[in-house]
Design a protein around this ligand. Structure first.
Ligand code: AVJ
Length: 322
């Protein structure tokens, strides 16, 4: 694992893979799960019986559609609906349909890291809700936020669904919320989904399905290294391992090496040594309670205006304002 003195990385992916796999303990970012195959696997996850998050949020949006729509349009009826990490927009379409059928004055700006996902979303909207004005934007949340800041004027309603915030450690979540807060004006809203603490077994099962879809999703980061960086990971030599700490509310995913091995990554000109049972930490999926959400909001200079939850309070959408 000797580091060439001057490695010039062509992409963020190359740099992050290099840094993560030469660090101790090893880690890779879950943002690299999502290529075309990863998007498909995540779709499959959302349809698994164990993965309750998507259905819960869908139910919340469906049972409070009018109330949420009116909240978006309150103070100033004209707004831009900006969605961070839009995905297939399945849940957002409930709102879009209502807004469009009831003559609300808005534009929809879905932002996603995957151009493939955005194209699919734009096509499906063209078919299903042709009246909705759509302005897709490809990029990371960070790039998107910078662009939004540069633009201005119209009232912004920012959607951040799916408990995507759960991929961030609290400190990072606060930084992220702060950067959203900074580009918000008084009348703007942030509508954000949080997966709440619940029976630890329910959470563990959601990230550890018996069919192995989550395992394949987790291992997709290794497939990407093989494909894009000329790596030779043998996926069968790793197991997917999930832990959930009910005290901190943090679910963590790992890839664990079943045997000692050396993996070559051609494009990075590096050999990575794995000891038997060595881990690569790949994802966190944070779970929240009301106190933690209030603390995050306060730390980021945001106020909680209201929240919508399912009957069991397994999942909640919060409305935040500057
Ligand atoms: C899309 C980040 C919300 O953490 O629940 C699903 C991703 N990882 N199964 C989550 C995921 C494993 C998901 N988020």
């Amino acid at each position: 694992m000797q580091k060439p003195t001057e490695v010039l990385f062509e992409t963020q992916f190359e740099e992050d893979v290099y840094t993560g796999l030469t660090d101790f303990p090893k880690h890779l970012s879950s943002k690299y799960f999502y290529d075309e195959k990863g998007d498909k696997l995540f779709q499959d996850i959302m349809n698994m019986p164990e993965y309750y998050l998507t259905r819960k949020e869908y139910d919340i949006l469906e049972s409070h559609t009018a109330e949420i729509a009116n909240l978006f349009a309150s103070a100033n009826p004209k707004f831009k609906l900006i969605e961070l990490g839009a995905g297939d927009g399945k849940k957002t379409k409930i709102l879009l349909k209502y807004l469009s059928e009831n003559g609300f004055d808005f534009k929809y700006q879905p932002i996603d890291i995957s151009q493939h996902v955005l194209n699919g979303l734009e096509d499906s909207l063209q078919n299903e809700l042709p009246k909705v004005k759509v302005e897709p934007q490809q990029g990371t949340y960070f790039e998107a936020l910078k662009k939004i800041k540069a633009e201005n004027s119209t009232k912004k309603v920012i959607l951040f669904l799916g408990s995507n915030i759960g991929n961030l450690l609290h400190e990072q979540a606060i930084d992220f919320l702060k950067s959203i807060q900074e580009l918000m004006e008084k009348e703007d809203l942030l509508f954000i989904g949080f997966d709440m603490k619940k029976n630890p077994q329910t959470i563990l099962d959601a990230y550890n399905d018996q069919t192995g879809i989550t395992a394949a999703f987790n291992k997709n980061v290794l497939s990407r290294i093989n494909k894009e960086l000329d790596g030779n990971f043998d996926l069968d030599k790793f197991i997917h391992w999930e832990v959930y700490d009910p005290e901190t509310g943090t679910a963590k995913s790992y890839l664990v090496a079943k045997e000692a091995q050396v993996v070559s990554i051609g494009k990075l000109d590096v050999l990575i040594d794995f000891e038997q049972w060595e881990t690569v930490h790949t994802e966190i999926s944070q779970k929240y309670d009301d106190k933690v959400v209030a603390w995050l909001a306060e730390k980021s200079g945001l106020k909680i205006e209201s929240d919508f939850g399912d009957t069991e309070k397994h999942y909640k959408n919060f409305v935040l304002r500057k």
